[in-house]
Ligand binder design. Structure first.
Ligand code: EPS
Length: 361
């Protein structure tokens, strides 16, 4: 692996941290950009009360000196402002404080997590399965985005639909209606990655296929239940001749008129924009709780009513951009090297020049 990311932190613990390893030395980074990305993740229509408490702000703890990466592991931290309300309940030491959560929410990690990890308090599971963790993905992804900008890569995204609605008014109405019913809604977002050369990833082994890495990364985002590359799903009901992007050449330059493959062929990038869509299920924390069981008494009950979001699709879209940045940065470092940015960039330049010279790509 070229670029690695690992995080720690509970939703109502004191802070979230992560280590991002593998970015080359010499990337000029700023906390302003990271904080702007963190702010984007906190926004969107349908967010709950927690986002009024938090104001996510990054602290660089290692791997960066005088505004430049050192090539060493970058440690990032984001404080949980809500911690002040949870210090006793989430204390690392001392005796248990507060009531246990014993009713497991359907659709959440609660029941299986408690069983698997032998916990009698579902909070021991929900604190880590919470999407609060995605703040660190966005912080780390922001640094990857800065690195990729140096390589000529841009990542953007948009929300395509919410609860089946598409227009702005319709979307707002759908969220308002769900909220008034104590319910939640999911949605679909799309990420576009531009400026990626052909030939990242590989057709040789399953674990080298870059489309598979993107699918895994997006599927790992909390509440994401389906991932589509290009027109993956609709292509399945068409003829081959209607699906595959024909190849043309003009003045020695190869191009395509369509991008139904979403920029992936044979597990490799083909030089077109990478298009990835992800479907988010409605968040499982409902104010109108579903039927479940109490893990302590083994009797029927209703799910716990935790404060939560009605819809977090805009946050998920920003997290999608971050995951796209992590996977793309990893692929760049693997192919072009990741010690010093100047070497990465000159390797990239040589490669691009060869593709253009010998293949018109
Ligand atoms: C979440 C529940 C809510 C969300 C949270 C994810 O938090 P709380 O229980 O504190 O109200 O706001 O998302 C975040 C904190 C975040 O930063 O995105 C859950 O149960 O997954």
């Amino acid at each position: 692996m070229g670029v690695r990311y690992i995080s720690g932190g509970e939703s109502h613990g004191s802070r979230l941290v992560c280590i991002l390893e593998g970015l080359p030395a010499g990337v000029k980074v700023s906390s302003d950009f990271v904080n702007a990305e963190l702010k984007r993740r906190q926004g969107g229509y349908g967010r709950g009360g927690r986002m009024k408490i938090e104001s996510d702000c990054v602290e660089f703890l290692s791997g960066i000196r005088f505004g430049e990466t050192l090539g060493s592991p970058i440690t990032l931290s984001v404080e949980n402002r809500d911690w002040k309300n949870w210090q006793e309940k989430m204390s690392a030491e001392g005796i248990p404080f507060g009531e246990k959560v014993t009713n497991a929410r359907p659709g959440h990690a609660d029941l299986t997590g408690a069983a698997k990890f032998a916990r009698s308090d579902v909070r021991d599971i929900l604190e880590r399965s919470s999407a609060r963790e995605t703040a660190m993905r966005v912080a780390a992804g922001a640094l990857c985005k800065i690195f990729l900008k140096n390589c000529g890569v841009e990542i953007s995204g948009e929300v395509l639909s919410v609860g089946g609605a598409t227009g702005e008014e319709e979307i707002k109405n759908r969220i308002d209606a769900a909220k008034s019913l104590g319910d939640t809604v999911g949605g679909i977002f799309e990420i576009k990655i531009s400026g990626v050369p052909a030939g990242l990833g590989s057709h040789i082994q399953w674990d080298k296929k870059l489309d598979a890495k993107f699918a895994a990364a997006f599927m790992s985002i909390q509440a994401i239940k389906a991932v589509e590359l290009g027109d993956g799903f609709s292509n399945a009901s068409k003829l081959g001749s209607e699906v595959h992007d024909e190849i043309f050449i003009d003045d020695g330059k190869i191009f395509r008129k369509t991008n139904r493959a979403g920029g992936f062929e044979g597990g490799m990038t083909n030089g077109e924009d990478l298009i990835i869509r992800a479907a988010m299920k409605p968040i499982p924390t409902l104010m109108k709780p579903l039927r479940t069981i109490d893990i302590a008494t083994k009797t029927p009950t209703t799910a716990s009513k935790e404060r939560s979001d009605t819809c977090a699709i805009w946050a998920a879209e920003v997290v999608g951009e971050a995951m796209a940045a992590l996977v793309t940065a990893d692929a760049f470092v693997e192919k072009f090297g990741g010690d010093a940015l100047c070497d990465t960039l000159s390797n990239l330049k040589n490669y691009r020049a060869r593709l253009a010279r010998d293949f018109g790509l």
